[in-house]
Design a protein around this ligand. Sequence first.
Ligand code: AHR
Length: 328
Amino acid sequence: MMKRRPFLTSLAASAALLLGFTACSKSGSDAAAGNSGDSQLTVGFAQTGAESAWRTANTNSLRNEAEKRGIELKFADGQSKQENQIRAVRSFIAQGVDAIVIAPIVETGWDPVLREAKRANIPVVVMDRTVATSDESLYAAFVGSDFYEEGRMAADWLAENAGDRTNIVELQGEPGSAAANERRKAFADALAKHPNLKIIDSQTGNFRRAEGKTVMEAMLKTHGDAIQIVYAHNDDMALGAIQAIEEAGKTPGEDIMIVSIDAIKEAVQAVADGKMNCTVECNPLFGPKIYDTIEAILAGKPVEKKSYNKDELFDQTNAAAALPSRQY
Ligand code: AHR
């Protein structure tokens, strides 16, 4: 672990580059180089769990990049429970790690443990999903995707391509997560401009393939042929829904249009095959950006408080061409 000096007070950086944490290492360049010895960087990572293919790619990205840089990564699988993640963060604090990465399962309830990390002079980088906090200075930076924008892109695509289809069922992600909250809100906001499109049922599949399938089976029983479109908050649930639709004797992509988010390789393949109609990217490969951010923070350099990936959309026009270069 690096030798730690107490936090300096907040840097008077420009508003866009406002930095809440300024932990300093013995030598910033040691940290940036990921040197071994007492300057080797140790990072604690409180992951949500392993609910989806996206999540596995995200975990691998942080693990592989840590290995490349000689960073010691302490990994904790939250098994989809916030209390497990909070326990993990407390344990990282007790171990005196140099920085902590949290992929928060839900948005609320983080302030007490973030305050403990700040008191211990350990910067926290929030990754992937945002936290709702009363004090933005409790975490050093956020690195993630714009979930609202993803939901908007999915709805706009549908508004242009749904034809005379009107009835949508929604498969929601983990309740209380920023990803589900924002994707749901953006989609509803966009649909308000297209009154022909309406959500006839909306239930959670917790971002999991098996649950997406079960929920879709139940929806098919309840609504039958009335279902014309599925909007899934992630690809795993969409792929589960596709199984349920096929088992019900219907043709996914034709009888029922499928629109989803993540753009995992399997889903982009399903789009190319015509079983899914569109998937909006949510890139999980945050490893390099996360450690660049941590190394900058520990070197006392200003970092963007919130930084978002730019995501693409894949449909029949570009899915097949994109397949060979998909990395997750
Ligand atoms: O927070 C990102 C979401 O979490 C992804 O869309 C989903 O697949 C994952 O489990």
